[in-house]
Ligand binder design. Structure first.
Ligand code: GLP
Length: 241
């Protein structure tokens, strides 16, 4: 596992996008997963710029969603699908090969999770996964205590996640209790994994993930065991390393 420390958010975003683009240039039919949340916005914007300006060909690439709030879908501002529609899929001016999106309002979560898992398997596993890290060390909605062997699944939101989620919904506390997510097994099978984090508020959990024991109390610590795992941090998030 590698750790890259950047001077600020912009450098973190540009470097991550450049590394992702290099992987896609080597693997044209890549299966790509980007997170929602605040952290990836700069990285996604740079990725879109590269595609739209003809620096990166994604015509054979596919995307698969990392996670979603159960009860929300692409129509809901603050959902992961809304973030991706607004900043990625709706902004790309060139076609890509395919995408699997979660619908947190589906009446059959089990069928959606089986289809999500099958989509990832059918495409040979993830080529590149970019992940944020939650304040409790979660990856996607793999909350503290998660079973590292799980694949696509539904989970209870942790108290920490429920405490901070208002920031995605204009400060409103929505009555959300569950999330759907790729599992740690699928993330660990990805060829390349980048965990991005910025700001001093993430410094404690980032230090535990990188320097602490590999333990499901801090799910992101599992990335220590990934042969091509990489934390890309700004100086604030790296402050306690
Ligand atoms: C959210 C999402 C994750 C995201 C993480 C960090 O709850 N489930 O996919 O990566 O928490 O979010 P942020 O980047 O807003 O800090």
């Amino acid at each position: 596992m590698q750790t890259i420390i950047c001077k600020d958010y912009e450098e973190m975003s540009l470097r991550t996008a450049a590394m992702v683009a290099d992987i896609i240039r080597r693997t044209l039919d890549a299966l790509i997963s980007f997170p929602g949340g605040d952290t990836p916005l700069g990285m996604v914007r740079e990725f879109v710029r590269m595609v739209n300006e003809g620096e990166l060909d994604i015509s054979r690439a596919k995307f698969v969603m990392l996670d979603e709030w159960v009860g929300l879908n692409v129509a809901d501002e603050g959902s992961c699908a809304y973030f991706l529609k607004t900043n990625l899929f709706g902004a790309l001016q060139h076609p890509f090969a395919d995408v699997f999106q979660f619908d947190g309002k589906t009446g059959d979560v089990g069928a959606m999770l089986r289809a999500h898992d099958a989509f990832i398997t059918r495409n040979g596993g993830l080529t590149v996964s970019v992940l944020g890290i939650g304040m409790n060390g979660h990856l996607g909605f793999n909350e503290d205590g998660v079973d590292f062997s799980m694949r696509s699944h539904m989970t209870l939101l942790s108290d920490t996640t429920k405490r901070v989620m208002g920031k995605y919904f204009g400060g409103r506390d929505l009555p959300l209790t569950h999330g759907v997510t790729q599992g740690v097994a699928q993330i660990m099978e990805a060829k390349h994994v980048f965990v991005i984090a910025n700001g001093e508020k993430k410094a404690d959990i980032v230090a535990r993930a990188i320097n602490g024991p590999v333990d499901n109390a801090v799910p992101a610590s599992v990335i220590q065991n990934h042969p091509n795992g990489c934390f890309v941090l700004d100086e604030g998030a790296a402050a306690k390393l």
